[in-house]
Structures are given as structure tokens and as C-alpha cells.
Design a protein around this ligand. Structure first.
Ligand code: PLP
Length: 354
């Protein structure tokens, strides 16, 4: 069924192994992040086959789907108070920054007779989640330590998400120092120093990762083979594990300039055009409801994307060598935004190629 997104399983396992090996050389355990494919367990199995220890997702509903896989699960998004029951039930570890929430998690863990592990998130300047003030970090750690059924498992940071702040030896050394200060305060060592996401991967190659960072939460670097600090491809990885396939429903020669007075397009923007004469145009049965953004790239680079409305994607095929017909399939590589949208769209078939 079209449109579809294809997942090359062999390539996914390969990328996982490459990242896993890279991390291992630096004494780092990986949490492989499943949110970019909505936690589909058959895809997550590729991470497991690639040798990662943890599976992580920002949504508890995705972790729920992964219960059959034996790996410890990490909830990445700070829990909602309204979901603590599920958090304790389906996540072994959660990232937290609010004492109030951790106290409610404790009550639930106590009720179930289990211990729930937390990673205390600190904010080193990116200004998304985490405790910003150093004294408040120490205070929170001490308070968490008093909770009977919560175990303070580690400290973590998230960067390059809101503020675009790049992880560096300098800011991750700050994380180390904060962790060490907590250890002094509570009189024992912390298990995990979680040093960020795919934007931290370049520090491994540059041999700049601080000594005590022993954990990274990695999605993009595995699934797209790109690090997210500078957007570079990671050596020896595939960038085309996930591809979108869409079908031509109309193929016609048309002028490149619309005829008539130009008002707004379907999304309220006023479009502008250049006159390039008559062009060979294809309409594909996929649209912005599925791809979200324009983060898609035809595998045949002689094609170009002219635009998209909710359910239609318009391509210019004039410069391609191929002979196309209605019903033909066109293949695209994806960036993160499109991958996320396509996996989320119920109109898109997900197909694993083994
Ligand atoms: C999504 C997410 C990650 C993984 O990010 P990638 O850039 O895909 O590696 C790591 N940590 C947190 C808190 C996240 O929300």
C-alpha cells in the first residue's frame, strides 16, 4: 500500500553496531531512542540485535509497546503527574527535574512495592528541561535520596534541543562536577552520567568526552547516520535506512507560472513563481499531512520538489533521464522531521525490509 515508509533492517542493525562500538570504546552505554519510529517493537528489535543496553522513548505509550523486549526502558520526557502510574509500571528509569513529580512517583512505587530509578536532569544552558541552579540541584538530590522507593540513579543533561547549545568538553565537565558534588552530598557514587543525545557523538570522535560520562541517549545518529551538533554524516553508517515511497497519480506538461491573480495557498502563504516555461510535472499521492515538512529528498537528485498541499506532492521531472508513467513509485530519503511525521501518519504503511 502506498504511500509507504520502508525500513531496511540490516542497515539499522549495522548503524546500531557502529554507534554501539564507538560508545563502548569510551566506556559509554547507549540508550537507543525509539520515538522517531513511534516505538514500533519490530523496528526496536534492530537496536537490540545491534547490541544496545537500554531502550528509551519520550512517550510512555511507546514504552508500553516495547514491554516484550528485555532491555531496561527509559522515559525521556519529564513525566506528567497524570501518568505516574504508567511511568512506574512501564519505565525502569525516568528523567526528572521536579521534586513534586518524584514524590508522586515515590508514592506509586511504594504502592506497587518496587523501586523506580530517576536520572536528575540539569540545565547547562540549552533551556529546555533540567534544574538550572546549582544549589537547587544539590537540594533536589538530597530530597530524592530521602524517598523510600525512588533511587537516584544518575545525573543527565539535554543539549541542542531548544537553545541549540552544542555539547562540549567544557559543559559536560560541568555535568561531571555537578555529579561529583551530588556524590559528596549523598555519600555514594552515581551510576549514570548521561551526557546528551546525538549531538554529543562528535565528542567521541574528537576524543573530547569527559572521563565520567558513561551514558548517551541516541536516536538520530543511529536511524539517520548523522550527528546533530554539526549535521555531519557519521563514518561507516547508512543515511538511507528509512525511505518514503510514493506513487504518481498524475503526470502532465504544464506551465511553471500559475494563471490568474495569486492569492494565498492552502496554508495561508502567498506563493511566488519563476517562469521556466513548460515543465513535466508529477503529482504524488502523499502530502503535508504525512510528511509534515519538506525534509524529504528524491533519491534521483535530478528531480525537484515544487510544492505540497495536504494530500498532494508536486515534483518536477523535466530534467530526469527516466521514462515515467502514472502508477510509478518515487523514492525519497528523509531527514528527522519527515521521518517523525511519516511514522506518525496513519495513512502511511510501515514496511520492514529484512
Ligand atoms: C529525543 C531525545 C533524545 C534523543 O535525541 P536524538 O537527537 O535523536 O539522539 C535524547 N534525550 C532526550 C531527553 C530526548 O527527548
Amino acid at each position: 500500500m502506498n504511500p509507504r515508509i520502508e525500513v531496511n533492517y540490516r542497515k539499522l542493525v549495522h548503524n546500531t553496531e557502529v554507534l554501539q562500538e564507538k560508545a563502548k570504546e569510551h566506556g559509554i552505554e547507549l540508550a537507543a531512542v525509539t520515538k522517531c519510529f513511534c516505538g514500533i517493537p519490530e523496528i526496536a528489535q534492530g537496536y537490540v540485535d545491534g547490541g544496545v543496553k537500554y531502550l528509551a522513548d519520550s512517550r510512555i505509550s511507546n514504552l508500553k509497546k516495547l514491554q516484550k523486549l528485555p532491555n531496561p526502558k527509559i522515559l525521556l520526557r519529564i513525566p506528567m503527574l497524570s501518568e505516574v502510574k504508567d511511568v512506574v509500571a512501564y519505565a525502569d528509569i525516568s528523567l526528572n527535574s521536579e521534586l513534586k513529580t518524584m514524590r508522586v512517583l515515590n508514592e506509586e512505587a511504594l504502592r506497587l512495592g518496587v523501586t523506580h530509578k530517576v536520572i536528575l536532569m540539569v540545565d547547562l544552558g540549552d533551556l529546555r528541561e533540567g534544574i538550572f541552579d546549582e544549589d537547587e540541584v544539590l537540594h533536589a538530590a538530597k530530597e530524592v535520596e530521602k524517598l523510600s522507593n525512588i533511587s537516584l540513579h544518575g545525573i543527565g543533561v539535554n543539549l541542542t534541543c531548544y537553545g541549540g547549545v552544542i555539547p562540549s568538553n567544557k559543559n559536560l565537565t560541568k555535568l561531571e562536577a555537578l555529579g561529583t558534588a551530588i556524590e559528596k552530598e549523598i555519600g555514594r557514587t552515581l551510576e549514570l552520567f548521561s551526557g546528551g543525545n546525538s549531538s554529543s557523538v562528535y565528542l567521541l570522535d574528537n576524543q573530547e568526552m569527559p572521563e565520567r560520562i558513561n551514558h548517551l541517549r541516541i536516536g538520530e545518529a543511529i536511524v539517520l547516520g548523522t550527528e546533530s551538533a554539526y549535521g555531519k554524516n557519521i563514518e561507516n553508517t547508512h543515511q538511507d535506512i528509512f525511505q518514503m515511497v510514493a506513487e504518481i497519480i498524475e503526470l502532465k506538461e504544464k506551465p511553471s507560472m500559475p494563471i490568474g491573480e495569486i492569492g494565498m495557498d492552502a496554508f495561508g502563504n502567498t506563493p511566488s513563481f519563476e517562469d521556466e516555461g513548460i515543465r513535466k510535472r508529477a503529482i504524488l499521492a502523499v502530502g503535508r499531512q504525512d510528511i509534515g515538512s519538506y525534509d524529504i529528498f528524491p533519491v534521483d537528485t535530478s528531480m525537484s520538489i515544487l510544492g505540497a498541499s495536504s494530500d498532494h506532492l508536486i515534483l518536477d521531472l523535466t530534467d530526469t533521464a527516466g521514462d515515467f508513467e502514472v502508477g510509478d513509485e518515487i523514492r525519497f530519503n528523509l531527514r528527522y522531521g519527515a521521518l517523525l511525521s511519516l511514522m506518525t501518519s496513519e495513512y502511511v504503511t510501515k514496511k520492514i525490509i529484512y
